[in-house]
Design a protein around this ligand. Structure first.
Ligand SMILES: [Cu+2]
Length: 104
């Protein structure tokens, strides 16, 4: 019985690790205001609200998974965006303008 429990437990751990790695890429979404566009659009400095359970609100630079994501965006734009883990980096994988009024 003990051996069965140990086998069942390691199976559950294995499934958990597999789900985290392969099943669902780790992503977080929040809103913010673009403060600066750097490196010809490869990097956006965003004053962002918190990513719940992941990061407090702050102003920081974000790389882009695809440089085209910053096309049409400008300093002062209010945006909703998603970052997704790619190895040790957390580039923006989706971003959309949500209006001109300042973030609440
Ligand atoms: Cu941050």
């Amino acid at each position: 019985m003990k051996r069965f429990m140990a086998a069942a437990f390691s199976l559950i751990l294995g499934i958990g690790a597999w789900t985290a790695c392969a099943g669902h890429p780790e992503s977080h979404m929040t809103i913010g205001v673009i403060k600066e566009i750097q490196h010809g659009g490869d990097t956006l400095v965003i004053d962002h609200k918190s990513f719940p359970g992941f990061m407090e609100g702050m102003t920081m630079p974000f790389g882009l998974a695809d440089p085209k994501l910053s096309q049409g965006l400008k300093v002062g734009d209010r945006v909703r965006f998603t970052i997704t883990r790619q190895g040790d980096a957390w580039p923006i994988t989706a971003i959309e303008k949500i209006g001109k009024r300042p973030a609440p």
